[in-house]
Write a protein that binds this ligand. Sequence first.
Ligand code: BTN
Length: 264
Amino acid sequence: MRDRKGDRMDTLFYESTDSTNRIAKIEAEEGAEHGTAVVAENQTNGRGRLGKEWNSVPGKGLYCSIIVCPDVQPERYAQLTLVAGVAVAEVLEKVLGRSCQLKWPNDIFFSGKKCGGILTESVEVKNGALEGKRSAIVGIGLNVNSELTDFPENLRDSVTSLFLEGGRKHSIKVLFELVRRQLLQEIEFFEHGGFHEILQRWRSRDFLLGKSLECIGYDGAIIRGVALGPDEEGRLHLRGVDGRDFEVLSGDLRLAGVVSKEPD
Ligand code: BTN
């Protein structure tokens, strides 16, 4: 695939690595171009949000990290996560012919079960043309050809894969190229003022909207409320039990009253 200047974009393939986000971070610091990606067949230490583990079934999922240098202020990276969610969701819907849901900020659900997640991280560029600026790593994990028995028993009620949903296997490389292309297209639209429209597409898939939640902050504080959806900055709004509204920029979300075995 070609980048904005028409040059071929780099893809670094690994049979196995600890985390494609870790490798991509090093590449981004060294000044890797917009669109450069790290893809692995297996990850031994795949990372999820809030320091959680991402379970990578060897050879059966898409584990990739795409380096992007959007022409927007780093303060807008919360929006970028939602842009990435819409890009991935729309590819998967085309491939499967079924609609999916997005759970703020970054989870992709089919039939109420988690099929994928996105971990966006910001990096300071130390070399190259963008030295001193920030770029972002969009780490994408998708359960593609996995079967239920590939997952630990405690996750089997809450995960799914494209295979489990559609009954057929998919080429992970083809899926990767579709995802990268769609992500870069959406980012271009985002750079040119498209966020409002992208947010509408995100909201039309909002898994949490109207549901009662508990949000556990990094300091352990718990907010209980009903999800009102993300705002124009990408922050989630909750209507608290006392009628007050809360904005959440980051936090662990659980459906209230559900003893969660949900993968993160
Ligand atoms: C989440 O669900 O919290 C996000 C999961 C993101 C997993 C992907 S797999 C490829 C990339 N490398 C990582 O270590 N994590 C992301």
